[in-house]
Write a protein that binds this ligand. Structure first.
Ligand code: MN
Length: 142
């Protein structure tokens, strides 16, 4: 299923990290791990994941700030970032999108929903955010 796609999991809760890692490994994904926003940014500099799962509550820098920093890099914008959140109520989803997230997975994590959210985002990765920003002309003519 995951066919070797690389997932960066940013999660400070050990049990959640183990759970998500287990689910994704069993489904054919490769895992990168970070326990804080700072670690996530460091990990990204070393290796490029296909998708990022970002816990919102992290020690030090929170997941929203980390995501903003990550998405401020042009080269990272096409990497989907899904928030891991216990508080994704109606309306909050829209707020998460404004903050740069491409989706979310509600905690407690349901295996099916996690896998669906990941494969949906991988199939339909974010375009370079066009709204409000200068559209970069795709250099399509080879
Ligand atoms: Mn946390």
């Amino acid at each position: 299923m995951g066919s070797g796609k690389k997932v960066l999991i940013v999660e400070d809760n050990h049990m959640n990290m183990v759970l998500v890692k287990e689910i994704l490994t069993l489904n054919g994904y490769e895992i990168m791990e970070a326990e804080s926003g700072t670690e996530a940014i460091k990990a990204l500099a070393a290796e490029r994941p296909d998708i990022i799962l970002m816990d919102l509550h992290l020690p030090g820098m929170d997941g929203i700030t980390a995501t903003r920093i990550i998405k401020s890099e042009e080269c990272n914008r096409s990497i989907p970032v899904l928030a891991l959140t216990a508080s994704a109520m109606r309306g909050e989803e829209a707020q998460l999108m404004r903050q740069g997230f491409d989706g979310y997975v509600a905690k407690p994590i349901e295996i099916k929903k996690l896998l669906e959210a990941i494969s949906a985002s991988l199939k339909n990765p974010p375009r370079t955010k066009a709204s409000g920003e200068k559209e970069t002309t795709p250099s399509s003519t080879p």
